[in-house]
Ligand binder design. Structure first.
Ligand code: ASP
Ligand code: MG
Length: 444
């Protein structure tokens, strides 16, 4: 059994969906369980609708008319019955009316709003498969045993899901029919709809893959796989044939947004391979992500993350006294500031954060016991490769290359992870640094 997850662009229009049908047909001997996202842009539209409804914004079509039209013409183009989504769309209209009347949008109602995207998508994709001679049945993830806690907008999967899903799956007899399951959405114990966080359909795919003991999880998207660098920065970047889970996790964190970081966990636990594939070029090999599949010892990919703020905390009195670090991090913890890189010296600590507005208050509190200097507009570069830490000349080559290009390095972090070397540079140097490092490590 395999999981085939199709993202928003892969089910975005009639031509794509026909392509999806053929791709699934070709995999029938492997007994696919299909997981789908909402059509590209639909989740955003639903959020917008909910926000307009709560604001009583009468300019926008409060009944979601434009969205209804989009889905209706998609259905028409695929030659599917026009009442295919009727009850879903009616429920959406009632919910919008309710939100307008109450004038309040709780995280719980927002999750219910967002769920319509995937709920409509499973019906469209299943009907398109069925109409093309591939028997298929739409299934809501929560009717297949997926249970979460009640953290609306980013719910946690309850462990019992991993027992409920295979039991439900067996009970619902999918021997001769392809289940088409909603990504992204789930339900809590009280029966309210929850969501797994934006981009969460990959996570769903991984959960179902782990629960059902899939041989492989295929993530069908609109690029050829995981690239050695962002192709907008490095035109000659290439698709990686294989990589390890650890490499993929590092890259996902640093913005190579091909797979959602959380996707990794359930699949890793069970060592289920994940293959990233391109719906536009189904015959391309894609990238295979396995436990420990990296070519050892070299740089495999270079990622970067902008809008990073560097914070220097200096305290002559207290650094290296026990409890100082705890006190420092307690402040960041209290203000929910997420720290990326850390480097320490005798009297100071330098940290980087992806500042989202919480930093100023944290810095003020730190100033009660330390000197604090904040430098915004930095970027983290991250070289990823299994075993990279142990390759002797990597740092030498990094520094020689950046020196040649006259790009100053502000902070370095090596060794915390076996697979990653991180550097902090000025934001203005970000693209140039990625480009010259890619040339250094990939062209020779
Ligand atoms: N439709 C959801 C979103 O746009 C989930 C997904 O596409 O993975 O975030
Ligand atoms: Mg996605």
């Amino acid at each position: 059994m395999i999981i085939m997850k199709f993202g928003g662009t892969s089910v975005g229009d009639a031509e794509r969906i026909r392509q999806v049908v053929e791709i699934v047909r070709g995999r029938l001997p492997r007994r696919p369980v299909v997981v789908v996202s909402a059509q590209a842009g639909v989740t955003n539209t639903l959020i917008q609708l909910a926000k307009s409804a709560v604001a009583g914004d009468t300019d926008t079509d409060l009944d979601g008319g434009a969205l209804r039209e989009r889905l209706a013409s998609l259905i028409a183009e695929l030659g599917l019955p026009d009442d295919l989504l009727e009850d879903e769309v009616d429920e959406l209209s009632s919910l919008l009316k309710g939100i307008t009347l109450v004038g309040d949008l709780t995280p719980r109602s927002l999750d219910r709003m967002m769920s319509f995207g995937e709920r409509c998508s499973i019906r469209i994709v299943a009907a398109a498969l069925d109409a093309s001679g591939v028997p298929a049945r739409p299934v809501r993830s929560y009717d297949l045993g997926l249970l979460t806690d009640s953290t609306y907008g980013g719910a946690e999967v309850l462990a019992e899901s991993y027992e409920r899903i295979p039991a439900e799956f067996a009970a619902q007899a999918f021997e001769d029919v392809v289940p088409v399951v909603t990504g992204f959405v789930a339900r809590d114990e009280a029966g309210f709809i929850t969501t797994l966080g934006r981009g969460g359909s990959d996570y769903s795919a991984s959960i179902f893959g782990a629960a059902l003991g899939a041989d492989e999880i295929e993530i069908w998207t609109d690029v050829d796989g995981v690239m050695s660098a962002d192709p907008r920065i490095v035109p000659e970047s290439r698709t990686l044939e294989r990589m390890s889970f650890k490499e993929a996790a590092e890259l996902a964190y640093y913005g190579a947004k091909v797979i959602h970081p959380a996707t990794i966990h359930p699949a890793v636990r069970q060592s289920i391979p994940i293959r990233v594939l391109n719906t536009y070029r189904p015959d391309a090999a894609g990238t295979l992500i396995l436990a420990g599949a990296g070519a050892r010892g070299g740089v495999r990919a270079i990622a970067s993350k902008a809008n990073i703020t560097l914070v220097h905390v200096t305290s002559l009195r207290m650094l290296l006294q026990h409890g100082f670090m705890a006190r420092l991090f307690a402040v960041f913890e209290r203000h929910r500031v997420v720290i990326d890189m850390i480097s320490t010296s005798e009297v100071s600590v330098s940290l980087t954060t992806d500042d989202d507005g919480q930093l100023a208050a944290a810095a003020d509190e730190l100033r009660e016991f330390a000197e604090v200097r904040v430098e915004p507009q930095k970027a983290i570069l991250c070289l990823v490769g299994e075993g990279l830490r142990d390759v002797p000349d990597v740092l030498e080559r990094v520094f020689a290359t950046l020196r040649r290009e006259e790009i100053p390095v502000r902070v370095v972090s090596v060794g915390a992870s076996r697979v990653n070397v991180s550097l902090l540079v000025d934001h203005a140097d970000e693209s140039r640094a990625v480009l010259c490092l890619h040339r250094e490590f990939f062209d020779s």
